[in-house]
Write a protein that binds this ligand. Structure first.
Ligand SMILES: C[S@@+](CC[C@H](N)C(=O)[O-])C[C@H]1O[C@@H](n2cnc3c(N)ncnc32)[C@H](O)[C@@H]1O
Length: 194
């Protein structure tokens, strides 16, 4: 089963896709939404969610993209294994973030080089349980420190190191609202639609 909101962009041109495993309806609503928002803000092109099908997450991410711009998409797919195999077949590097993996500073240069040569990257984040098979399917099992924390922090730190800070310059287009950075208070303008 597949259902999606492809807001702007074409999956074939996507360089970084995040796969969030084992979403649980209600319990994980907030953290999975934050995974999607972090993926978007830190330079990924889209997120595939597996586990429970949760329409409200797809809709709240759609609202963020409508307000703040894209390109960005989110999709639900029932089988995580199918997603991993599909992206592997397309030549994507599979990077599984896990505290049991090789610590980021020891492997990030190699991952960055592999990414340049590959079709793109699938960044896999676990949930409550992580299937053992994933550790074998991944090209890299990468730890953002070998200490437990969360999907959101692991994703943000990983993408920031991968892009070496360039995600701060990313432009989002097609949104309704835009922030004018301000040292004090909030300055938000409505974008004029052409
Ligand atoms: C709440 S943790 C669950 C930990 C799980 N028991 C496991 O086997 O990794 C959920 C996800 O956050 C990410 N994560 C948490 N700590 C991490 C770390 N130190 N490095 C990389 N990823 C981490 C992983 O993707 C993990 O599957």
């Amino acid at each position: 089963m597949r259902s999606s909101y492809r807001f702007v962009g074409d999956v074939m041109n996507d360089r970084i896709v995040v796969l969030r495993l084992g979403h649980r309806i209600h319990r994980d609503e907030r953290i999975t939404t934050h995974v999607c928002l972090t993926a978007r803000a830190f330079g990924a092109d889209g997120v595939v969610i597996t586990g429970d099908h949760d329409r409200s997450i797809l809709e709240s991410v759609r609202d963020v993209v409508n307000n703040w711009g894209g390109p960005f998409w989110v999709e639900y797919v029932s089988s995580w294994k199918r997603v991993v195999h599909e992206y592997k077949d397309r030549g994507y590097l599979i990077v599984h973030l896990t505290m049991y993996g090789i610590n980021l500073p020891d492997v990030i240069s190699e991952v960055r080089e592999g990414f340049k040569r590959s079709g793109g990257m699938l960044v896999v984040l676990g949930g409550a349980k992580v299937p053992g098979e994933l550790y074998r399917l991944a090209d890299y099992n990468l730890a953002v420190t070998n200490q437990p924390h969360s999907e959101v922090s692991a994703l943000a730190v990983f993408l920031d190191h991968l892009f070496e800070g360039r995600e701060f310059n990313r432009e989002f287009t097609g949104g309704r609202l835009k922030i004018i950075p301000s040292p004090h208070g909030k300055h938000v303008i409505e974008e004029k639609k052409g």
